[in-house]
Structures are given as structure tokens and as C-alpha cells.
Design a protein around this ligand. Structure first.
Ligand SMILES: NC(=O)C1=CN([C@@H]2O[C@H](COP(=O)(O)OP(=O)(O)OC[C@H]3O[C@@H](n4cnc5c(N)ncnc54)[C@H](O)[C@@H]3O)[C@@H](O)[C@H]2O)C=CC1
Ligand SMILES: N[C@@H](CC=O)C(=O)O
Ligand code: NA
Length: 450
């Protein structure tokens, strides 16, 4: 046997006599319960990967008497979250919302604990406060679960691509709305019916506002934009439109024109009005060509494209929600933070050196599909075309069909434009709406991913 042979063989967990890394869990709902399950069932493997055992020292809950999954040891439950964070090396926050999550995380950091959170709402509203506190205390702040659940996306953008220059991030980051739009397209459901189905399946909450109004996707877009462009971007900087205005008719027409409607989050570098580079971040429903990979993202799945200078186009796909998938991302962060406790080292701090201006919504340039009900008589198309030309919006295609539902003498006009500034398109639509021959502007949807 050679000297080399003696060094190889089955791996032995190198935990030695190292003291356990104490983990505190704040919140024991959908995600928290699955975090406990992984910490419990994977304990030996996690210890081997960290180099020391992970000891769950407590689980802070609102109601210690409530019925829970048997995987949660009731002896660990406490209503004293503040007291718990003072006893931990790593604090995991899966409570959600702004307060008391923010205060608890800040308290944990003050005590010198590394923190792991899945809380996109808090990060998008007040991430810099947490980053600054973590930096001052010299502790880790990890949040892979906050964007696209199980999909490794935060770490690739924050760490793997930090040697490159990201141009654009585009994707589906909300599983609930993707499920709803998918059911509308495949089953012909209306929005309310599809949302009710999503609620019954546990995707949408009883109050589905954060998902259907695009707040959840906008928070994730703000976090991704901050990481990708080394610039502080908050929820308020995101031009946000949810899916509540998407009708069954819009979905059916999308299909007829070779598209599907998806709620997209887009963050990109753009030149502002003064020509200087800035960042534009938006969330809105958009028509995606049926052959585009995003069109094939079904059900509650997420998928995100990242376009970078040297790397080119990267695609990340998987489960963006759900207890177990989200817990997978949380545990990855726990292991990273715990390894630093055991072996030294730090995760990345906030990087906002580029401080690019966040550009207003009208800085965006996209293609559009405008659907109109018009009088079915000679010259109407020419009038509409003239308005588009007047505002510098170039037409890519026009399709005119007598509308099956419309009364006699009314035609349905579907105009697809070339890329146009949002402001020019808005002015064009207002002018078209004012034409006598135009009965109504039925819908205006952006076209992305062509
Ligand atoms: N459920 C999912 O698919 C995903 C959730 N997330 C994020 O993970 C976090 C947790 O989400 P879920 O587990 O789905 O929510 P959840 O509502 O199921 O669980 C939150 C738990 O925290 C408890 N809680 C509230 N205030 C508390 C307090 N002061 N002290 C202790 N416990 C308190 C609640 O009683 C509840 O049991 C949120 O930030 C959410 O945005 C992120 C990705 C996916
Ligand atoms: N509500 C979110 C899940 C958490 O991020 C979604 O539907 O994607
Ligand atoms: Na993720």
C-alpha cells in the first residue's frame, strides 16, 4: 500500500470534541417545521459537513401550546424569542414580516450570532440596516431562501458571479402567480377560480395580496438587483404590477398569438435620460413566446435567467416555494455560517459600491402587444398606425380579426410593436383611445423574452 493509499478511504466525520454550534429557530410554521426536520434527521451528516454538531437550542413560537408536527420537540418551544437569540451561535429567522423579525435579528447580531433569514419582505424594505449591523458585529448574514426558495440563486449572484458583470436578471420568482396563470392558460379558469385553487393547494395564503399584487416578486427583484448590480435597491424602487388585471380573455388571446402570460421580475442595466448608466427594476405580467424556456415553467415552479458579460446566459430552475424546498436553502446557509464558527472565515458583506441610480419605470424599453376593439371600416387601421408613427413607436405586426364575441361592425386589432420606451407607448395608447373609431383599448401587455 502506498503512502497515498493510507490517506484515502471512507470519510470520518471530523467533528472531534468540538463544541456544538448552537442554533436557535425563530418561527415554526411551514418553513420552520421543515428546518427542524432537516436538523433532526440529517444531524450526523450536517455535523460531518460543519465539523461540529449542530444543536437546536430552542424554537421560538407565538403559541407554545399549539398543535405541531411531532418532529418538533415540545421541550424546545419557547415564547421568549428575545431570550433565545442571546443563547445561540446561529439564529434562523422564519417568522416573516417586518417586526418583530427585524428587532430579533438585530438583537441576535448584537449578541454576536450569525443570522440566516428567509424574509424577503424585510430584506427588501430594510436590508441595509441588517447588513450594517452584521458588518459592525463581524457576523454572517445569509438569505438564500429569501429568493426563489430552494433554487440556489442568491449565492450564485452574490458569490459565483462576483467576478463578472451582470447585465440582466429576468425570471419567474413567484410560484403562486405562476400556478394561477398556468391554470388559467391550461384549464381556462378565470383569475378568481385559479386563485381559489392555489389557496386550496396551500400555495396562496388566505390573503393572497402579496403574491397576486406582485409584492412578493418585487421584494425578490429588489434583492436580486441589489446583489447583481452592487447597488441598494429597495421594494419602493421596483415598478410593480401584479396579475389582478389579467383576464381569461387576455390569456386566451396570448395563446392565439403564440404566447403565454407570465409574471416576470426584471432587473437590468440601462442608460438613463442623461445617458449615464442606471438600474431599472420591474415586475409585471408579460407575454412570453411559447417557445421560450420561461413559457415552459409550469405550476408553482420558478425559473430565472441571469445574463452576464463573460458567463453569458445562465438559467436557474426549480421549486421556489414550499416548506421542505425552502428549508433546504435555509440549511445550506446554516451549514455555511456554522462552518465559519468552527473554522473561521466570513460570508460576503453587503456590496453597494457601484451605487447606480435606480431609473424610473419610463426608462424601460420593451415590445408591446396592444389589443383594440375598433370600428370595422376602411381607414381605421391607417388612423391607428398614424398615431403609432406620430409617437415614434414602430409596428412589428398587426393582426385583425372580427371578434367572435363583438357585435357586427366591430373588429379586434392586435398590434405588436418593436421595442419602444414605456413613456412613448403610454402616450400612443392614450392617443389611440381618443380616436372615434376605437371602441376600447382592451389590453396592453409587454412582450418579453423574444
Ligand atoms: N412558505 C414558503 O414557501 C416560503 C416562505 N418564505 C419565507 O419564510 C418565512 C416564513 O414563511 P412560512 O413558514 O411560510 O410562514 P408561516 O406563517 O407558516 O410561519 C411563520 C410562523 O411564525 C410564527 N410567528 C409569528 N410571530 C412570531 C413571533 N413573534 N415569535 C415566534 N413565532 C412567531 C407564526 O405563528 C407562524 O407559525 C417568511 O419570511 C416567508 O416569506 C420564503 C420562501 C418560501
Ligand atoms: N409566496 C411565494 C413563496 C415564498 O417565497 C411564492 O408563491 O412564490
Ligand atoms: Na434561493
Amino acid at each position: 500500500m502506498t503512502a497515498r493509499d493510507e490517506t484515502v478511504g471512507p470519510a470520518t466525520p471530523a467533528t472531534g470534541d468540538r463544541p456544538a454550534v448552537r442554533v436557535a429557530l425563530l418561527g415554526c410554521g411551514v418553513v420552520g417545521t421543515e428546518v427542524v426536520r432537516l436538523l433532526t434527521t440529517q444531524a450526523a451528516d450536517l455535523a460531518a459537513r460543519v465539523g461540529a454538531p449542530l444543536e437546536l437550542v430552542g424554537v421560538a413560537v407565538r403559541d407554545v401550546e399549539a398543535e405541531r408536527d411531532p418532529v418538533v420537540d415540545r421541550a424546545l418551544l419557547t415564547a421568549d424569542a428575545e431570550g433565545l437569540v442571546a443563547k445561540a451561535d446561529v439564529v434562523v429567522e422564519v417568522v416573516g414580516g417586518i417586526e418583530p423579525a427585524r428587532s430579533l435579528l438585530l438583537r441576535a447580531i448584537e449578541h454576536g450570532a450569525a443570522v440566516v433569514t428567509a424574509n424577503k419582505a424585510l430584506l427588501a424594505e430594510d436590508g441595509p440596516t441588517l447588513y450594517q449591523a452584521a458588518d459592525a458585529a463581524g457576523v454572517d448574514l445569509y438569505f438564500e431562501a429569501a429568493v426563489a426558495g430552494a433554487i440556489p440563486l442568491v449565492r450564485p449572484v452574490r458569490e459565483s458571479l462576483t467576478g463578472d458583470r451582470v447585465h440582466r436578471v429576468l425570471g419567474i420568482v413567484n410560484g403562486t402567480t405562476n400556478y394561477v396563470l398556468d391554470r388559467m392558460a391550461t384549464e381556462g379558469l378565470d383569475l378568481a377560480g385559479a386563485v381559489a385553487e392555489a389557496q386550496a393547494l396551500g400555495y396562496a395564503e388566505a390573503d393572497p395580496t402579496a403574491d397576486v399584487e406582485g409584492f412578493d416578486a418585487a421584494a425578490k427583484a429588489a434583492i436580486l438587483a441589489s446583489l447583481a448590480f452592487h447597488t441598494r435597491v429597495s421594494l419602493d424602487d421596483v415598478d410593480r404590477q401584479g396579475i389582478t388585471s389579467v383576464t381569461a380573455d387576455d390569456v386566451a388571446w396570448a395563446g392565439r398569438t403564440g404566447h403565454v402570460i407570465k409574471l416576470l421580475a426584471i432587473a437590468e442595466r440601462r442608460a438613463g435620460a442623461d445617458g449615464a448608466e442606471g438600474v431599472q427594476v420591474r415586475v409585471h405580467p408579460a407575454l412570453v413566446p411559447a417557445e421560450h424556456p420561461l413559457a415552459g415553467v409550469r405550476g408553482a415552479f420558478n425559473a430565472v435567467f441571469v445574463e452576464a458579460e463573460a458567463a453569458g446566459e445562465l438559467m436557474f430552475y426549480g421549486r421556489g416555494a414550499g416548506g421542505a424546498p425552502t428549508a433546504s436553502a435555509v440549511l445550506g446557509d446554516v451549514v455555511s455560517a456554522a462552518r465559519h464558527r468552527v473554522h473561521g472565515g466570513r460570508g460576503p458583506a453587503e456590496s453597494w459600491y457601484a451605487a447606480l441610480p435606480v431609473l424610473p419605470a419610463d426608462a424601460a424599453r420593451t415590445r408591446y402587444q396592444v389589443r383594440l376593439e375598433v370600428a370595422d371600416r376602411p381607414g381605421v387601421l391607417a388612423q391607428v398606425s398614424a398615431e403609432l408613427a406620430e409617437h415614434g413607436v414602430s409596428i412589428e405586426a398587426v393582426r385583425q380579426t372580427p371578434s367572435a364575441e363583438a357585435e357586427d361592425g366591430v373588429a379586434h386589432l392586435v398590434i405588436t410593436t418593436h421595442e419602444a420606451p414605456e413613456a412613448a407607448l403610454a402616450a400612443t395608447v392614450a392617443a389611440i383611445d381618443g380616436l372615434d373609431a376605437v371602441r376600447s383599448v382592451v389590453s396592453v401587455l409587454r412582450v418579453e423574452g423574444a
